[in-house]
Design a protein around this ligand. Structure first.
Ligand code: FE2
Ligand code: FE2
Length: 150
């Protein structure tokens, strides 16, 4: 059983976001597996770096769509993104100092918990906003809603 599972209820119906979220869970599973299997520090560093890059990529992608769709809760959502970005960066720095402590089970569970919690509370709220305002948004910006509907 994977460390972080994608359940049917995880789909938001926004293709780009669902793809990113699956990819983030896959990277988290990869990191967990690398820790469990006792892989080298070099392998762990590579996977952690990939997770760090993808988290930033995904948040930027979400925030661009929030702006294009005039999402009213842009700021609080963005603040949550910054918190995770800072947490991942802190883990990465701790890893450089002490690899084994930095990537403990506790840290991985924190990341998994954060991703699920953010997904359910924040990303789902945006999906609901998009769905409720689809008609208006299509009039304002057909490219944004077309992308969002993919
Ligand atoms: Fe997300
Ligand atoms: Fe988000």
């Amino acid at each position: 059983m994977p460390f972080a599972e994608w359940g049917d209820n995880c789909d938001l119906g926004i293709e780009a976001f669902d793809r990113d979220h699956k990819r983030l869970l896959a990277l988290l599973n990869k990191l967990h597996h690398a820790v469990e299997a006792g892989h080298s520090q070099e392998v762990l560093a590579r996977v952690l770096a990939a997770l760090n890059i993808y988290v930033n990529f995904h948040f930027t992608e979400e925030e661009e769509l929030f702006l294009r769709t005039n999402y009213p809760d842009y700021e609080p959502h963005r603040r949550e993104h910054r918190k995770l970005t800072a947490a991942v960066e802190e883990i990465r720095q701790d890893f450089e100092k002490s690899a084994s402590d930095a990537l403990s089970q506790r840290v991985l569970e924190f990341l998994r918990g954060w991703l699920y919690d953010h997904h359910i509370r924040f990303d789902r709220a945006f999906a609901a906003y998009l769905e409720a305002n689809r008609a208006t948004l299509e009039l304002q910006d057909s490219s944004a809603s077309a992308r969002a509907a993919q």
